[in-house]
Design a protein around this ligand. Structure first.
Ligand code: NAD
Ligand code: UPG
Length: 440
């Protein structure tokens, strides 16, 4: 098949690679000409393990190419739409890019082509897509909603081996073609109507976010009653009805999806006068959880004015350069406001973070130990292996005060104790070692 993908971001690029690996001829189209220039030169514009090797081979075999022109849509049997649907100021999903993308390619769409929406979109949007195409061309197009469930950092693995494929459609023929396309990836294909498919995506992300906020509330309680949240989570997870996934307590969820999709679902509910109380609490808990790092620093060091704080991790999770809604973007400006000098390190997200936030009090360092040099505390915000595998005794030796704030429960109690670090994790009060008060 000839497949054209509109939007060559995280989802579009990885989906393009996946379909090209299945033997299709794929063109990824993006309006960002700089991005297309880099991709055409075989340079991935995102950090995603394994992506570059696949891209370069597929390009040399002429199965994957890149273009800045929607005219290429005329070649397509299937047009996949994977443009961004970011959060608007009011929390709703911003469909500006989606609408302009659809309207721009509509007139090039072949009559027998299907349009597959992979962007995460509010309920009813696929119907609007059809209306936009009709307004542009005067004819009806077959649209299918195939929400994407990949995770950044393991996006290729998730695309080649998806848990399930959801196909929403009201055209049997279009649904069958979408199913044929995905059949080599999994037999777990759920057929549904358009609105249900759109809702499955939001429900899935909202539920995962709920698990995280739940375990974070449990962690806060564990801190007060002297229980260990990691063991609590392990014990809960042994019940197959609960499962142990997404029960890692920490400083909360970030990223380009959970924060915006939970807000968008609240808006969807609001439009039909439904008060989604549970989801409101999930969002609020997540926002408060980020502040725990600052509270822990205050407990260990008192006022931060004039102190040096090392921050390990800027991306919203390991394995990605993405800083969208990353906890670091809330925490670092707060550290700066409290008068601290901030020494940062991240294996992939320096550029992304600096595009979003720069300040003279913030410096960047290539190695975790150089960032920690002379610091009064290290705050682990993202559990990249380069941070979690650091020799803690060495770490202690380069710091001005040996305080470690572990926002991801990434360190073993014994190792921390042996290194003699003053340590605060999340919901593991037994391991907490407070620094004795020092009047200077
Ligand atoms: N990032 C993820 O892990 C992930 C996973 C599942 C679903 N999603 C959803 O998929 C969608 C895309 O997310 P993303 O993270 O890949 O976004 P992204 O911002 O990385 O990429 C979107 C791309 O679309 C391009 N674009 C925007 N308007 C365009 C237009 N009119 N014509 C051509 N190109 C255009 C942008 O230039 C950009 O390169 C969103 O709805 C998101 O919620 C994302
Ligand atoms: O037990 C956990 C698991 C995750 N997180 C945090 O939750 C966020 C999201 O993590 P993850 O889900 O692994 O990353 P994403 O790449 O954002 O993927 C989510 O969002 C995508 C976009 O919609 C979906 O496609 C995926 O299925 C969904 O997992 C990150 O900040 C993690 O640190 C926790 O705090 N505790």
């Amino acid at each position: 098949m000839n497949i054209v993908i509109i939007g060559a971001g995280y989802v579009g690029l990885v989906t393009g690679v996946c379909f090209a690996e299945l033997g299709h001829r794929v063109v990824c189209v993006d309006r960002d000409e700089d991005k297309i220039g880099l991709l055409s030169a075989g340079r991935p514009t995102i950090y995603e393990p394994g992506l570059e090797e696949h891209m370069i081979r597929l390009m040399s075999e002429e199965r994957l190419s890149f273009s800045a022109s929607v005219v290429d849509t005329a070649l397509a049997d299937v047009v996949v739409v994977a443009v961004g649907t970011p959060q608007r100021m009011d929390g709703a999903s911003d469909l500006t890019d989606l609408e302009s993308a659809v309207r721009s390619f509509a007139r090039f769409l072949r009559e027998d082509a299907i349009v597959m929406i992979k962007s995460t979109v509010p309920v009813g949007t696929n119907e609007r897509v059809r209306e936009w195409i009709k307004e542009e061309t005067g004819r009806n197009a077959d649209t299918v909603s195939v929400p994407e469930f990949m995770r950044e950092g393991s996006a290729l693995q998730d695309s080649f081996h998806p848990d399930r494929i959801v196909i929403g459609s009201d055209s049997e023929q279009a649904a069958a073609r979408a199913a044929d396309l995905h059949a080599p990836l999994t037999s777990n294909i759920l057929h549904t109507d358009l609105r249900t498919a759109e809702m499955i995506k939001y429900a899935s992300n909202a539920f995962l976010a709920t698990k995280i906020s739940f375990i974070n509330e449990m962690a806060n309680l564990c801190d007060k009653v002297g229980a260990d949240v990691q063991v609590v989570a392990a014990g809960m997870g042994m019940d197959p009805r609960i499962g142990n996934a997404f029960l890692k307590a920490g400083i909360g969820y970030g990223g380009s999806c959970f924060p915006k999709d939970t807000h968008a679902l609240l808006q969807i509910a609001g439009h039909v006068d439904y008060d989604f109380k549970l989801l409101k609490a999930v969002i609020e808990v997540n926002q408060t959880q980020r502040k725990r790092v600052l509270v822990a620093l205050g407990e260990q060091l008192g006022a931060l004015e004039g102190l040096t704080i090392a921050v390990w991790g800027a991306s919203f999770k390991p394995g990605t350069d993405d800083v969208r809604s990353a906890p670091s973007l809330d925490i670092v400006p707060e550290l700066v406001s409290s008068g601290a000098a901030v020494r940062m390190c991240d294996p992939a997200a320096e550029l992304g973070f600096r595009r979003a936030y720069e300040h003279p009090q913030v410096t960047w360092h290539k190695e975790p130990l150089s960032a920690a040099e002379g610091a009064h505390a290290v705050c682990l915000l993202t559990e990249w292996p380069v941070f979690t595998e650091v020799d803690l005794t060495l770490l202690r030796s380069v710091m001005a005060a040996p305080v470690l704030i572990d926002g991801r429960n990434a360190y073993q109690g014994e190792a921390v104790k042996e290194a003699g670090l003053y340590y605060t994790a999340v919901g593991r009060p037994v391991l907490r070692q407070l620094r004795p008060f020092s009047p200077d």
